[in-house]
Design a protein. Structure first.
Length: 157
């Protein structure tokens, strides 16, 4: 996939599997905002929101977490904790080479610092965990482009 400077809401929806309405609600709630917000034109219409490649990557991660069953409230918490406690954003923690890496076991979200400390972001984000045993059950979070479903051709007789 060739990266562009910005992506329209329609392109983001097609790549992430999110709906245009979800993007609008997530933008309005402050979960993740477009780099270039929609604004009124001289003709009385509105421009389309535009997202950067980093915004797109973060939306891919958030969409994946949402499909795994994490609530929008939990997504807000994850972003807030990353910002407040670790001074980083989702992109840096999921493939952007930051000092924190996000991991999941499918039920919880963990942060592993570059020093090796573990934190459960949804239960005790300020308390490091004592990790004993195999980390192999944890998977790194990252953004993956969803393949658009092919439309079935209408059956003609």
């Amino acid at each position: 996939m060739k990266l562009k400077k910005t992506y329209s809401s329609r392109e983001v929806a097609a790549l992430t599997g999110l709906t245009a309405r979800q993007l609008q609600v997530w933008d309005a709630s402050g979960l993740i905002s477009s780099a270039i917000p929609s604004h009124r034109t001289a003709a009385g219409g509105y421009t389309e929101r535009r997202y950067t490649p980093i915004d797109l990557f973060e939306l891919l991660v958030l969409a994946d977490l949402r499909r795994r069953g994490f609530t929008v409230h939990q997504l807000h918490l994850i972003l807030q904790i990353l910002k407040d406690q670790f001074g980083t954003r989702l992109f840096e923690a999921t493939g952007g080479g930051g000092s924190v890496q996000l991991l999941t076991d499918g039920r919880e979200i963990y942060a592993r610092t570059d020093r090796g400390d573990f934190f459960n972001l949804l239960k005790t984000p300020a308390q490091p965990l004592l990790v004993v045993g195999n980390e192999g059950l944890l998977k790194e979070l990252s953004g993956k482009v969803r393949r658009a479903k092919k439309m079935k051709k209408p059956h003609t007789n």
